[in-house]
Design a protein around this ligand. Structure first.
Ligand SMILES: Nc1ncnc2c1ncn2[C@@H]1O[C@H](COP(=O)(O)OP(=O)(O)OP(=O)(O)O)[C@@H](O)[C@H]1O
Ligand SMILES: C[C@H](N)[C@H](N)CCCCCC(=O)O
Ligand SMILES: [Mg+2]
Length: 226
């Protein structure tokens, strides 16, 4: 089974909404998604995290969180502030490999791709250790629609490719109802400048939909990577 890492050009670009849309598209193909959030920050123990939001939108998909931390900061920073220990790289890797035995796994990072999700390691380190175990790994990069996204997207794609990891494509996390000139041109320029496919665009506002409405529409917004 595949392991797709869902990263973004920044925090708040729509990785969670994109993860939910990818999960719906996998379900629509009769596949079995498993969603992992290795490190959830900015939530108390009783709060809904990204995995809960994915389940609200996509239905009760299988999955787990690696750790949750209170401060709305990078995981290693949040852990330092509360004196918490982050799960080790091998533990997070093994949890992914176990899930991948029977599921197509979606792993959502925290913030952008170089944000530490462990003690001095990031999503690229995690992806590399999963790939070294012989599992097929790919990245989906969630990007903003408008001016500024070209640079952020190329930086992210090249950081991933620099580690000899595969970028499956770019997905626009929130496509405006009235796109401006930059957004419209970015539909052409994003695949040109990054060298990877544009997998689709998720309409702005759909993260606020109820689950069934979201799930009915989500497959139209994107093309699943091969
Ligand atoms: N297409 C969309 N429609 C509606 N709301 C959206 C959309 N994309 C993002 N949002 C909203 O923007 C906020 C940030 O989105 P999201 O949580 O997906 O970002 P993220 O990249 O997952 O952030 P993090 O780094 O914290 O995981 C959320 O409140 C979300 O509901
Ligand atoms: C709290 C937020 N929503 C994310 N979970 C964590 C984002 C960390 C970003 C760190 C940084 O790039 O400065
Ligand atoms: Mg998120």
């Amino acid at each position: 089974m595949t392991v797709w890492f869902v990263t973004g050009t920044d925090t708040e670009v729509g990785k969670t909404v994109a993860t939910a849309a990818l999960a719906v598209a996998l379900l629509a193909e009769g596949r079995s998604p498993y969603v992992i959030k290795p490190a959830q920050t900015g939530v108390e123990s009783v709060d809904a995290g990204d995995l809960d939001e994915v389940r609200r939108l996509a239905g009760n998909v299988a999955g787990h969180e690696g750790v949750r931390l209170k401060a709305p900061l990078a995981p290693d920073t949040a852990a330092r502030l509360e004196g918490a220990t982050l799960p080790g790289l091998a533990d997070q890797r093994d949890a992914i490999l176990t899930a991948a035995e029977s599921h197509d796994v979606l792993v959502e990072g925290a913030g952008g791709v170089l944000v530490p999700v462990g003690e001095a390691w990031n999503l690229l380190d995690l992806a590399q250790t999963v790939a070294h175990a012989g599992t097929e790994v790919g990245f989906v990069v969630v990007a903003r629609a408008g001016l500024g996204t070209l640079n952020h997207s190329v930086l992210t794609v090249q950081a991933i490719q620099h580690r000899s990891l595969t970028v499956l494509g770019v997905l626009i996390g929130s496509w405006p109802e009235q796109p401006d000139l930059a957004a419209e041109q970015n539909l052409l320029d994003l695949p040109l400048i990054t060298g990877v496919p544009l997998l689709g665009r998720i309409p702005a506002g759909v993260g606020a939909l109820d689950g069934p409405t979201f799930a009915a529409a989500a497959p139209e917004w994107l093309t699943l990577p091969d």
